[in-house]
Design a protein around this ligand. Structure first.
Ligand SMILES: Nc1ncnc2c1ncn2[C@@H]1O[C@H](COP(=O)(O)OP(=O)(O)OP(=O)(O)O)[C@@H](O)[C@H]1O
Ligand SMILES: [Mg+2]
Length: 306
């Protein structure tokens, strides 16, 4: 994959291992790196979906590219600047430009902090607002942007529903006008009835603020709905990456086929004809290395399967 001027984030050969061995006994014979030699780019203004089974390394990638938990190896170039090479001071400065929205809005909010303080905190940390009044104005504006009443700034988190809390986290994430947001299962903890509203909010913010997203999700229907391209992760490696619709209609990797066969199709006739594939326990879906080849325009597949 070659770098292009349209790419905002370029990840090269990212490796991340955990020294985890709980207790005395290793539960699995061989546990390789959680993320193994992963390379991809995210283009300006796009939403890149990242899917794969639990434990495949999605959150590890999200934390590594935002340097919350820096990679062991590899490069993460944000707008041409390799984050892994930056001094702490320069990293802090560039951090303004990317943010993370996590799955659990309850854990992200601190119970004793008023909403206004929570949303305004990044402004104070990065010394963006000059006065209290200026910060309060910006907080009110942010609350409005996420569809909440500006008067909520005085309230405490326990007074809000899950969906509203996620809106508060989103307001904080956009406070510094970032270019890039990692959304790690941002709606999984929410009621189904409000998931769509939060998705709609993320989409409209993307348009209005020209945001680029890495969207991590288990919900393949949502991924199909909002992601421009999608990467499929299996045991720490990307096995397939393609424009989302192409991936859903022309999956090539055996793991992708199984994963996507579980997604209902909104068309009743095609839904009836859909075959739900199960994983074959005797088949090895994993990839011995991480090279991808372009099997169709912009459609990348693990080299061993091409
Ligand atoms: N802090 C940690 N310490 C030790 N091992 C970890 C840590 N975080 C993740 N892992 C391990 O790394 C692997 C990848 O985990 P990760 O959380 O990135 O997966 P995920 O794809 O986000 O899964 P999920 O869909 O359940 O959120 C897993 O085997 C996990 O057990
Ligand atoms: Mg995760």
């Amino acid at each position: 994959m070659t770098a292009s001027p349209q790419s905002l984030l370029q990840v090269r050969n990212l490796v991340k291992s955990y020294a985890a061995r709980r207790g005395f006994v290793r539960t699995r014979a061989v546990t390789g790196p959680a993320v193994n030699d992963v390379s991809f780019e995210i283009r300006r203004g796009e939403t890149l979906g990242l899917v794969g089974e639990s434990g495949s390394g999605k959150s590890t990638i999200g934390r590594a590219v935002t340097m919350l938990s820096p990679p062991d190896e590899g490069a993460v170039a944000f707008d041409g600047v390799d984050l892994t090479e930056l001094s702490a001071r320069r990293l802090r400065r560039i951090r303004k430009r990317f943010q993370v929205v996590f799955q659990d809005p309850y854990a992200s909010l601190s119970p004793r902090m008023r909403v206004g303080e929570f949303i305004g905190e990044p402004l104070r940390i990065h010394k963006v607002g000059r006065s209290r009044a200026e910060i309060a104005d910006r907080v009110a504006e942010l609350l409005t942007m996420v569809g909440l009443d500006p008067a909520f700034a005085k309230r405490y988190p326990h007074q809000f529903s899950g969906g509203q809390r996620q809106r508060l986290c989103i307001a904080r994430a956009i406070a510094l006008n970032p270019d890039f947001i990692v959304a790690d299962e941002p709606i999984s903890a929410l009621d189904v009835s409000i998931q769509a509203q939060v998705i709609t909010l993320l989409q409209s913010l993307q348009r209005d603020l020209n945001l680029t997203y890495l969207f991590i999700s288990h919900d393949l229907s949502i991924v199909r709905h909002i992601c421009h391209r999608t990467a499929v992760l299996y045991r720490g490696r990307i096995v397939e990456l393609a424009p989302t619709e192409l991936l859903f209609t022309d999956a090539r990797h055996p793991y992708t086929k199984v994963l996507l066969s579980a997604v209902p199709i909104p068309n009743p006739k095609r839904e009836r004809a859909r075959r739900h594939l199960l994983m074959d326990p005797n088949f090895d879906y994993s990839e011995p290395d991480s090279s991808l080849v372009e099997v169709a325009p912009d459609h990348w597949l693990a080299a061993g399967r091409a």
